[in-house]
Design a protein around this ligand. Structure first.
Ligand code: ADP
Length: 330
């Protein structure tokens, strides 16, 4: 039976199918957000109602985005997350299924709505955004516990900070106990991040502004990123990657703390929303599928995947599938 067929008949109304658990490469413990986007000539003032030009709903949330990118490259993935018992939650579960992501550990709650980002974009490309994490913050230890045996057999765990931070930390610890490689993306960054997040990360991967907040030092150049990376390495992670938009990324490893700049492809970017999540999902894919590949090479390939995502509009809609990419990336 195919992976997705097994998942489809083992959704959370049924007992877990233990056979399926062996087949998951990557577990993502993280967030789902529904983006409600209105395009309008300008942003409304307080108390004002204006006519917009276009409305659309998009799938977002860092955890879900990263999981979707990894799945589209061919990884067998499972998402551990919580959505509301509402239209958006049901719709999101269908989106996971459409991307061949196992939904056995996606639960629906009546206690909160699915996480949502209400976004208004004006003609100048500026935006105003309100994010309500909703059900994401109700993902708890019980749900994590249900995923324990699947996680223990996976190759890579990926998590971020759009859910309760203690759940992310617990997921990292659980993975480490089972020798599952961990990738931690401290986004959105919080000051005074618990030191265990560093110690439990095989790869600690953030962007420039997150590196800046965590190290309290300016990160505006490749050299700055190298210095920030060395500071983050000292806090106990096995490797650090700092992504730098069109500059690609900087990679450092405890075994080789000299920063290595990995440039990305020169492309015409039209929308960089979610590029970091595309990079993270791709990195997880390479770690799961090519465990002996040097981290620098994985990062080079993840750069190239993310560079494709910036060339079209949207978040998940811009993420490439394996078939869209050259054979040299696999
Ligand atoms: P975030 O989305 O978290 O801000 P970045 O902007 O650093 O993350 O982008 C993540 C990755 O996406 C980069 O490391 C790079 O590989 C790719 N990328 C982003 N912007 C561009 C761009 N303009 N051209 C090519 N690649 C890009």
């Amino acid at each position: 039976m195919s992976f997705i067929a097994k998942c489809a008949h083992t959704n959370n109304e049924f007992d877990l199918d233990q056979d399926m658990a062996e087949e998951v490469d990557i577990v993502v413990v993280g967030s789902c957000m529904t983006d409600l986007v209105s395009q309008a000539p300008r942003l409304p003032k307080a108390g004002e109602t204006i006519h917009g030009r276009k409305f659309f709903i998009g799938f977002g949330g860092k955890g879900a985005n990263q999981c979707v990118q990894a799945a589209r490259l061919g990884a067998k993935t499972a998402m551990v997350c919580k959505v509301g018992k509402d239209f958006f939650g049901t719709n999101y579960i269908q989106n996971f299924k459409d991307n061949a992501i196992c939904t056995d550990f996606v639960t629906q709650t009546a206690e909160a709505m699915t996480g949502a980002a209400s976004i208004i974009v004006n003609d100048a490309g500026e935006n105003a955004i309100v994010i309500v994490a909703g059900a994401n913050m109700l993902l708890g230890e019980e749900e994590l516990e249900q995923a324990r045996s699947t996680l223990a057999k996976a190759k890579v765990l990926l998590c971020q900070l759009e859910i309760s931070s203690h759940i992310s930390l617990q997921a990292l610890r659980m993975a480490r106990q089972s020798n599952v490689k961990t990738i931690f993306n401290p986004a959105p960054a919080i000051p005074d991040l618990h030191t265990d997040f560093y110690k439990e990360s095989d790869v600690f991967c953030c962007n420039e502004s997150e590196a800046e907040l965590l190290t309290e030092a300016r990160v505006a150049s490749v050299d700055d990123a190298g210095r920030a990376g060395q500071e983050l390495l000292k806090r106990g992670c096995a490797a650090v990657i700092i992504t730098m938009g069109s500059e690609g990324c900087v990679v450092l490893q405890a075994s080789n703390p000299n920063p290595k700049h990995i440039p990305t492809a020169k492309v015409t970017s039209v929308d960089t929303t979610g590029a970091g999540d595309s990079f993270m999902g791709a990195l997880a894919f390479y770690m799961a599928h090519y465990p002996s590949m040097p981290l620098e090479e994985m990062s080079r390939r993840a750069n190239l995947v993310a560079a494709v995502s910036v060339q079209s509009i949207g978040t998940q809609t811009s993420y490439p599938f394996k078939k869209d990419l050259g054979a040299e990336l696999f």
